[in-house]
Design a protein around this ligand. Sequence first.
Ligand code: AMP
Length: 215
Amino acid sequence: MRLVLMGMPGVGKGTQATRLSESLGVVHLSTGDILRDAVKAGMSLGLKAKDAMASGKLVTDKLIGDMISKRLAQHDVEGGFILDGFPRTVEQVAILDRVLEQRGVRLDRVILLGASEQEIVRRLSGRRVCESCGAVYRVESKSSSKGEACERCEGALVQRPDDTEEVIRERLRVYREQTLPIADAYKKRGLLIKVEGTGAPEEVFERLQAELVAA
Ligand code: AMP
């Protein structure tokens, strides 16, 4: 299976992509995670991406295109993948088309996870992530039993620098203007499946699996 999982920031793409990659046995590729790792490691990719990320803007298509082309050339993705957070612009759709064509493969489905903006702002402002392992917690509904420390590795729980209200609003604006139009492009190709992303992660996952089987 070769899938794209798209939706507003904070809709639960990461959580659902992780579950789906386990159940389908394919690689989960999150461009946001790759970039955050590069920032943490002080790599030149991270240095180039850091400012755009902190302000809620998109990193350039060229930077993302080079990064994803290299990643999709690795052997582990031959059995399939779930792209989480890519493509995000019309140009990135064209980049992905070119990369897949070179490899002689096609996308199977594009899943659009939906939620209201109000719900997204509420969720993202209450999101906390472990500085060491990246585990995600929620202030309201899924707090750590170890307080300010991660249950898995005891790392410190912090707010992502782009999860402040001002930056969240900017990320949502960028999503509406640059990313949402690509859902239409995939709809025209008959690849799009819409899944309601509100509710407990288990419920959303069940819905998502049912839609994938039915498609
Ligand atoms: P995410 O974790 O997917 O919300 O990504 C965090 C940030 O990384 C975004 O706000 C962008 O600055 C950058 N980013 C991640 N994926 C992309 C992409 N496909 N195109 C451009 N910028 C991206």
